[in-house]
Structure formats: structure tokens, C-alpha cells
Design a protein around this ligand. Sequence first.
Ligand SMILES: [Zn+2]
Length: 309
Amino acid sequence: MKEISQEIHRKFQELGVEIPLEDIEDRLDKMVSKFKVPKEEARRSVVNYFLKEHSIPKNQFYTGQSESPLMKISELNVDGKWVNIKGKVVQLWENTHESISQVGLIGDETGTIKFTKWGSAEFPEVVEGQNYYFKNVVVNEWNGKFQLNMNKSSSVEQLDEDITVGTSTITFIGALVDIQSGSGLIKRCPQCNRALTKGACMEHGKVDGVYDLRIKAVLDDGVTAQDAIIKRDLAEEMTGLTLESAISLAADALDQGVVLEEMKKLLVGKYYTATGSRVERYLLVDSMVPKSTIDPQELDELIAASEVV
Ligand SMILES: [Zn+2]
């Protein structure tokens, strides 16, 4: 047992990680004497525990190799797999946790995936719109969805090539059942384009916002509910309310909320065929057609196309 502990200790040392020998012995001893785990299995389990604790890829430990396979985003479907990825930072999101340094979306030709750069990652901050070679990042499954984690073992190189980000287009047919707050007449930060909350940007504080129209709709096909984001031009088309008329409506009522109420009156309860790209849980809508105006054959084709995706 002492031998096994020492061997594990030495192997971690070779990877530059100092784990107190007694911690290894304790853990190993508990497994073997208390839980009657066979020695070899106990060794593997103890190694895996410390690999996870120190964010070291398994293949780096077992083969001494630090190279993870280069993969495409659409192939990332194994929890715990360490990979290399060439991708573009498509979006950076508001960061909600102090142990996280950055969170956002990376894309390549095959699609997009959420990434989380933990505080332990030692490389500099990534920039929206830039292309990178991410090395030793780990796939993580959460709530049935895959994401990428970047930590102490991960590194990044900036790429000169420009990666074209592919999206998966989906079609969703259903009733518009709700329009959520944050819809209607909103203001955006002139610097980062984020929607303001009570006149303030998460990143830039109190700013002189720029007016915009947006609809955060909930579509329901009787089986699932789909959150959909509809941008200004489409929102204007659907409601007949232009940005200018929405501003004067709000000015007359001395209340921005009247625009949202008006939109609800006009849209809730209607059926639509929405087409767009799926980003995380949202459908970013490109086209929104009232269901009844679609010719049945076109509808069949749309449904067939969406099932392929
Ligand atoms: Zn801002």
C-alpha cells in the first residue's frame, strides 16, 4: 500500500503537482480497508480523484502526453473528455460568479458551444470576435447539455485565420404564449450593446442608453416551450409598431411599459412558424411567419428540414 501511495505521489510530482503523501495514503487506506475496494481499483479511483482536484487531463497522467485530440464543436458529446478546439469567441456574457473569469460562446464551422473560463485558468482574457486555438479544455455535461471548461491545464493561442461559425437552423411552430419582461422598448449600452437594467449597464454602469425594440417571446407547440428572441426589424414587422412610434407611445404615457403591453395585446395567442439559429436555450429568430399564411406543402418541407437538424 505504501508503495502504491509513493508511486502515485511521484507521478503527480512529475507533473508538477505536490500532493501530501499522507493524503494519498489516507484515501487509499479508507477505500481498501473500510470499503473493501480491490487495490487496483482503489489506486485508479484515488488517482482520478486527485486528477480532478488539480484539473489534470487523464491522458497527461497515464501517457505523459499533454496533447488532447483536435476536435470539432459538433463532436463534443462525451462528458469529461479533454480536447483541443479551434474556434472563434462569438459572444461574451455577463459573468455571474466570482470564481469564473469569463463565460460566453465559442463557435466553429460545425456550431457553437458555451464555454466557461475559470479563475484558475492562467491565460489572458479572450476577446469577442477573435479566433483561438484552445488546448486542453474539458467537455462538461450539465442538464443534458455540453459545455467547455477552461482551467489551470488549459492554454490558448491566438489564430490569424478567420473561422466561419456555422449555426444550426431550426424551425419551431407554435403559439406565442407570453412576452417576457425586458421586451418592448428597451435601452442599450452605447459601448457594449447590452440591454440596460434601470438605466445601468452590467459592465459600464450608468450610461446614456440607446433605444431599441426587442421581443423575448415564449413559443409553445403543446409539447415544449421555446424561448425566442426577436430583433427590432422583425418586431416592427410583426407589430406594425416602429421604434419611433414606440418611443412616442412611451413618451405620451410617461411609461416605457406600455410598449410591452401593446405588443402582448397584438401578438399573444397567435400561431407562428419561427425559423432561426439556436444559441443555448434561445432561438434567435430570423423569420417569423403567421402559421396560417404558410402553404401546407411549404410547412411539410419546413418540418422535414427541422427534423433533420
Ligand atoms: Zn456596457
